[in-house]
Design a protein around this ligand. Structure first.
Ligand SMILES: Nc1ncnc2c1ncn2[C@@H]1O[C@H](COP(=O)(O)OP(=O)(O)OP(=O)(O)O)[C@@H](O)[C@H]1O
Ligand SMILES: [Mg+2]
Length: 439
């Protein structure tokens, strides 16, 4: 029988005990455009349960060095979207302070975005190359990107990412890097991710109210994938599942390129809410029971084993049955999403689970059963410095945001071929909406 410690108190909103801060000891770093000089990069993961502000250093070579991280409980968000701007702003400000404040305000900062307003699709655009020498240039590539952005217009949506998957040059399939090659007819196959303008505006509003200069908005599963998947994983064919508090985010990669993204509007909070409902307990108590004693595999739990919470006994079996029901639902959503995108049978790399919710006991095993592929848990990889505080699944998005910031900081030649990310016009589009406060 497992015993529950009863001493844990549930901290109140805004209390310091909920804030977490960690900083490595690092020498000062510069901010020049020289690839040999260190640069500071920042990320802000505005999650449903916690906000993480993170600062790192890049010097042109991977891995990114994580310098500082601040965390605060998240208020004012529901399933990844801002529902109370003031509360969200307060939470973001707390996380920024915990990370060392001022520097982050100097930005530029990459911000993660998720939520059920996110839409993604695979599209194909073709343009005729009318240049005399027939060579495909970077300018021509930009025209293809612009074309892909406008391929499925919706006036309430803004394109967040256009990720090239492959190119067809005069009928030759599978070209990954078209620049410098000759072709008259060029087709780009791309994965396009867009989000509701109002949701993006609300997120950026809450962040920029804190005096942060947002340089780019990144779909959260892409950030998590950046932190957790290796180039081999992507090449082999692997899907990532980030089980957060409010949403479960999916990103699947085939032959090195992004093939599918989706956001399932169920996360760990739904698991706890179910336990709270089933046991008639406050949410915080249900959360404690889930984290300490929950399992997604109820068959393995003793029928009569009780767990103790604040002098009350609860059935471990019943708790796990509730959790398994939810876990199955999330995983079936993920399976259907991968099936719908016709990628599930092309993932020899299996499924990589990350995000706080992936830590639920038995979740990996259940994922293998439902998705029909091998599953493994992942924490952020390829980071240096005092990495221990960061190597937890709930920090994958935050670390991935640093990779994105580094990637697009011109520290190394930008890949213009398949797999390169285009952050496009989102920043330009929202620039006029908010006042950018000085750092
Ligand atoms: N050991 C554990 N077992 C089960 N669930 C856990 C465990 N540890 C954390 N969680 C759950 O993980 C969730 C938080 O995960 P995470 O920090 O990745 O979410 P988030 O980034 O704030 O949310 P989102 O990405 O959906 O906006 C919570 O619901 C929490 O209960
Ligand atoms: Mg998250």
């Amino acid at each position: 029988m497992r015993k529950l410690r009863t001493s844990t108190c549930v901290p109140r909103r805004g209390s310091w005990s909920l804030r977490r801060r960690w900083r490595g000891t690092v020498p000062p770093v510069g901010r020049t455009g020289n690839a040999n000089v260190s640069k500071l990069v920042y990320g802000l993961d505005v999650g449903t349960t916690k906000i993480v502000a993170i600062a790192g250093r890049v010097d042109g070579r991977r891995p990114v060095e994580v310098l500082a991280m601040g965390e605060a409980p998240s208020y004012g968000l529901r399933r990844g979207v801002v529902v109370d701007r003031e509360a969200a702003t307060e939470s973001v400000a707390e996380a920024i302070e915990a990370c060392g404040g001022g520097k982050l305000r100097g930005g530029p900062v990459s911000v993660g975005i998720a939520g059920s307003h996110i839409r993604s699709l695979n599209t194909e655009v073709t343009l005729l190359n009318r240049s005399r020498n027939r060579l495909v240039t970077e300018r021509f590539l930009k025209r293809l990107h612009a074309e892909a952005r406008g391929a499925d217009p919706d006036e309430d949506e803004e394109v967040l990412h256009v990720v090239p998957r492959s190119f067809v040059l005069d009928g030759t399939e599978g070209v990954r890097q078209p620049v410098g090659l000759a072709a008259r007819r060029v087709t780009m196959r791309a994965h396009v991710v867009s989000g509701a303008i109002s949701s993006i505006q609300n997120l950026l509003g809450a962040v920029e109210d804190c005096g942060v200069r947002v340089s780019r908005v990144v779909l959260e599963p892409l950030a998590s994938a950046e932190a957790c998947l290796s180039p081999d994983d992507r090449q082999m064919g692997t899907a990532l599942l980030d089980i957060g508090g409010g949403t479960t985010d999916i990103a699947a990669f085939l032959r090195g390129s992004l093939a599918h993204t989706a956001v399932v509007p169920i996360g760990g909070e739904s698991f706890s809410a179910d336990v709270a409902y089933g046991l008639k307990l406050p949410f915080e108590d249900a959360e404690r029971l889930k984290v300490r004693y929950g399992s997604a595999l109820s068959d393995g739990v003793d029928d009569v084993a009780p767990v103790l919470l604040d002098d009350r006994h609860h059935s471990a079996k019943f708790i796990s049955q509730i959790l398994e029901y939810r876990a199955r639902e999330v995983l079936e959503f993920a399976r259907d999403s991968l099936d719908h995108a016709r990628v599930r049978n092309s993932l020899p790399g299996g499924i990589v689970l990350t995000g706080g919710g992936s830590q639920l006991e038995g979740f990996g095993q259940l994922a293998e059963e439902i998705l029909g592929m091998r599953a493994r848990l992942a924490v952020p990889r390829r980071i240096k410095g005092d990495v221990k505080p960061v190597q937890k699944p709930q920090y994958s998005t935050a670390v991935g945001l640093l990779y994105f910031a580094a990637k697009n900081d011109d520290l190394r030649p930008k890949s213009k071929g398949a797999g390169a990310f285009d952050f496009g016009s989102i920043v330009a589009a929202v620039k006029g909406w908010f006042r950018v406060l000085p750092g």
